[in-house]
Design a protein around this ligand. Structure first.
Ligand code: GTP
Ligand code: SPV
Ligand code: MN
Length: 596
């Protein structure tokens, strides 16, 4: 046991409740990791990849029902429904706790219970927060080991009395005596619960082993619980990448970007700029914790220690940095397996291999009319695997620009700048994006509102969240705070093809953005904000037609009149009588600028 009485009492309580066969306190060493990885391979839970091609790497295949976050089974459990708000599923703790206690009862029979002390953020840093995850999933342990700082150093902090978030997880598949454990145990959909109790700083997750449902440091803690902590303590917990950019003169700037799940954060965080002389380095690819410091600037730090990235679409041309990052010491989930025991996913190579084992473990032959990998297949790799990891990845960095963005096939231009911080908050609040395979949903491809790319991650009432952004604004001034932009790499033409080449070419837009932060006269006014003066956009050596450019930067009054109607409807539905003043005022001004 540990030297912390509170922690010991909790471990005792969970052991008595879940009745695992044994309990292991995770010390966080590479040796433990290697041993557990070997166990997983021996027990048929994982496949060791070819050590010559992909050293120290594993492939896991999940149950076909357990492939992504489950928003319908994700709950914010607060005493008052109004503290949860209209965008989250609410159940009162009095109702939810007994249901879940019943599920957790004896849920770990036949399994080992792991206790993982972890830190979100660098160990001991004043911006960091501690957690302890109890889980019966070796897959979760291996992933948490990569995604967070784990082990004895953190246990020492917990033992010396630091607060921690209690994170309880079970795959929800107790084993009867003699019962064979499936490759990927989990519970049926209606028994899955991803529950957050912000009043207790506590997370209970039952029935899923996948990603954000189970690696509780990530979305559950670093966004949903942390957004509550951030509101109480005056900072921001956001679904954002953090990118360091050095221009050809050597000037350094930091940019954050909030795009919904599977909408390009990891790729922008690892951008390989096509513009000569520009250098990009990665600070974070999914989550940013941000605070206004004494100098009035907003500083961001990545609380994670690894990448849990989408494999689909990743290739030498689109993202060579990601490919280098996953060369070794990586866990793959739901990719296909090649004949020489390596991984393959859609677009990795222009032509697929002739033969693969698909993510179900079945034969796949070239020409088969189904995908061999899952669209939400992922890699888990340590930050330190990234060849362009910024040296300051463990220090808060001052943010010059915040990018919001999403997948919008129409209406939204490639880039526009908000008029000021409050207008930027409005722009964040009206974000829309096509639903992606990062969540289990029948409506993939349909545009939904995803304010601040945080729709599934705000751990409290969205009206309070928007007002909290205004409170952050009040901690400083427009002059010192980041400038706020909106990007859309995903505009499509009449043949449904992406118009903008994206990836490394996005550096052209980043250059324009940094010029804007320095007030260059490189823009045109439109009713929605500032768009590039095309003559001032660096399009050197880019093969793009005038027609494409016209579409990319058009602000079409007819389309926007329709959009504004939709925004009004959305505001009415979501906020009713709690619509924050900032949104009311900004919407009115937008209508005025369009002469509506
Ligand atoms: P989460 O990890 O789910 O939060 O996703 P993410 O926001 O980090 O998205 P990611 O960078 O993994 O990209 C998701 C998908 O979008 C991948 O298939 C990428 O190849 C694709 N993508 C990323 N950037 C671009 C871009 O600039 N243009 C185009 N066309 N596709 C992109
Ligand atoms: C996302 O869905 O935004 C992810 C993947 O980053 S998961 O960790 O599953 O939430
Ligand atoms: Mn994400």
């Amino acid at each position: 046991m540990t030297r912390n009485a509170l922690l010991n009492a909790w471990i005792d309580e969970i052991q008595t409740l879940c009745t695992p066969d044994d309990v292991i306190i995770w010390e966080g060493t590479q040796r433990e990791y290697n041993d557990l990885a070997n166990d997983c391979v021996t027990n048929g839970k994982a496949i060791r990849l070819n050590p010559n091609k992909r050293p120290n790497s594993l492939l896991f295949r999940s149950h076909p029902s357990d492939v992504a976050r489950v928003e319908k089974r994700t709950f914010i459990s607060t005493t008052l429904e109004s503290d949860c708000g209209p965008t989250n599923n609410w159940v009162s703790p009095n109702e939810l706790k007994p249901i879940m206690l019943n599920l957790f009862k004896n849920s770990m029979v036949g399994r080992t219970m792991y206790v993982i002390p972890f830190s979100m953020g660098p160990v001991g840093h004043k911006f960091s927060k501690l957690g302890v995850e109890i889980t019966d999933s070796p897959y979760v342990v291996l992933n948490m080991h990569i995604m967070t700082r784990t082990g004895n150093q953190i246990l020492d902090l917990v033992n010396s009395g630091s607060e921690f978030v209690k994170c309880l997880h079970s795959v929800g598949f107790p084993l009867k005596p003699g019962q064979i454990d499936p490759e990927w145990p989990c519970a049926p959909m209606e028994e899955k619960y991803i529950s957050h109790f912000p009043e207790d700083n506590m997370i209970w997750s039952y029935g899923s082993g996948y990603g954000g449902n189970a690696l509780l440091g990530k979305k559950c803690f670093a966004l949903r619980i942390a957004s509550n902590q951030a509101r109480n303590e005056g900072w921001l917990a956001e679904h954002m990448l953090i990118l360091k950019l050095t221009d050809p003169k050597g000037e350094v700037n930091y940019i954050t970007g909030a795009f919904p799940s599977a909408c390009g954060k990891t790729n922008l965080a690892m951008i390989n700029p096509s513009l000569p002389g520009w250098k990009a380095e990665t600070c974070g690819d999914d989550i940013a914790w941000m605070r206004v410091q004494d100098d009035g600037k907003l500083y961001a730090i990545n609380p994670e220690n690894g990448f849990f990235g989408v494999t689909s679409g990743t290739c030498e041309k689109s993202n060579p940095v990601a490919l280098a990052t996953v060369r070794h010491d990586t866990i793959f989930t739901n990719t296909a397996l090649t004949d020489d025991q390596d991984v393959w996913w859609e677009d990795l190579t222009p032509e697929p291999p002739d033969h693969l084992i698909d993510w179900h473990g079945n034969e796949w032959n070239k020409g088969d009319n189904f995908r061999p990998d899952h669209p939400n297949a992922r890699f888990t790799a340590p930050l330190t695997n990234c060849p362009i990891l910024a040296k300051e990845y463990e220090t808060p960095v001052p943010v010059s620009a915040i990018l919001f963005g999403g997948r919008r096939p129409t209406t939204i231009p490639l880039i526009h700048q908000s008029l000021n911080f409050l207008h930027g908050i409005f722009v964040g609040s009206i974000m829309g994006s096509q639903i992606t395979a990062a969540t289990i949903d029948a409506n993939i491809g349909k545009v939904r509102r995803d304010p601040f790319a945080m729709l599934p991650f705000i751990g409290y009432n969205i009206a309070d969240y928007v007002n909290h952004w205004v409170d952050i604004y009040k901690q400083s001034t427009n002059a010192l705070l980041p400038k706020i932009f909106f990007v859309n790499w995903f505009r499509r033409d009449e043949n449904n093809k992406y118009i903008w080449p994206g990836f490394g070419e996005n550096s052209r837009i980043l250059k324009w953005i940094l010029e804007r932060t320095k007030d260059y006269a490189n823009f045109k006014h439109t009713p929605i904000g500032l768009v590039p003066d095309i003559d001032r956009l660096d399009l050197s050596n880019l093969n793009i037609t005038q027609k494409a450019l016209d579409t990319l930067f058009e602000v079409d009054k007819k389309a926007w009149t329709k959009e504004i109607k939709l925004i009004e409807k959305y505001y009415d539905e979501i906020y009713q009588d709690t619509l924050p003043n900032v949104l009311k005022n900004q919407l009115q001004r937008l209508e005025e600028r369009f002469d509506l």
